[in-house]
Design a protein around this ligand. Structure first.
Ligand code: FPP
Length: 249
């Protein structure tokens, strides 16, 4: 078990179902900071610590793929200073934790619109992805400048281009064609989407991929995320009866 201090003792977990792919909407950094009279930046800094914790739990509990929603295409509406601060945090996280993640066999993939990012950021992304491409442990997917609707539009354009170039026939297009043209191509669909801070919506996160995902919402703000919250989410997921539109047999 992790050495991370939890608010309540964590019992040994024998019968937990572990999602193959866990998606997380990390929400509530600002509120966490506000409640403590701290700046929003302090909230995001504490959010990075929670990122480190969840990566550790994902490895320890055997999650194959962990996708973290770090910056949405809509987050550009925030004050420029806050946007710059979040970008800096991600860059620093990647550079300071890369060696450790690499040693833990973690493969990093960044999804989202790269065209809207500066050259330095794009370089950092290419670097971490190529450094860790050969790893076979946890797939850590960071959704950065990501929006699901834009992702689907880009996939649609790429498919249309192939059709007009004669590389693909209209009749050949099926769900797997869309899957293959999304940023998440090659990854399993999320089994569980977890959102912190009590908000209950998907906010343009993995909309196509989450068609049959179980959703778990917890009241804690993201910086409060710890092993007890993680286990509570897994317990809730374990109880779900996943039928994928069929009936229980
Ligand atoms: C949501 O809280 C959080 C974000 C928009 C940013 C998340 C970014 C990080 C945790 C840091 C960088 C990421 C990585 C992977 C190192 P909010 O600001 O929307 O909170 P509020 O709704 O309470 O205002």
């Amino acid at each position: 078990m992790s050495t991370h201090p939890a608010t309540a003792p964590i019992e040994p977990q024998r019968d937990l179902k572990i999602p193959r792919h866990l998606g997380v909407i990390m929400d509530g950094n600002g509120r966490w900071a506000n409640q403590r009279g701290l700046s929003r930046s302090e909230g995001h800094r504490a959010g990075v610590e929670a990122v480190r914790r969840i990566v550790g739990f994902a490895i320890e509990y055997g999650v194959q793929c962990l996708t973290l929603f770090s910056f949405s295409a809509e987050n550009w509406r925030r004050p420029p200073d806050e946007v710059r601060f979040i970008f800096g945090l991600l860059r620093r996280f990647v550079s300071s934790d890369l060696e450790k993640l690499h040693a833990q066999n973690v493969r990093i993939r960044i999804i989202g619109d790269r065209d809207g990012l500066d050259r330095g950021m794009r370089g950092t992304i290419d670097d971490v992805e190529s450094r860790t491409a050969g790893n076979s442990g946890l797939n850590l997917v960071i959704a950065f400048n990501y929006g699901a609707k834009t992702e689907i539009v880009s996939a649609t354009k790429a498919i249309a281009r192939k059709v007009s170039a004669g590389e693909l026939r209209l009749e050949e297009i099926d769900e797997s064609t869309i899957d293959q043209h999304l940023d998440t191509s090659g990854l399993p669909d999320p089994d569980l989407i977890l959102r912190t801070s009590g908000e209950m919506r998907l906010s343009n996160f993995l909309l196509w991929q989450s068609a049959y995902a179980e959703l778990v919402f917890v009241e804690e703000n993201w910086p409060e995320f710890d092993e007890s919250v993680f286990v509570r989410a897994l317990k809730s997921y374990t109880k779900r009866d996943r039928r994928f539109g069929g009936i229980r047999t």
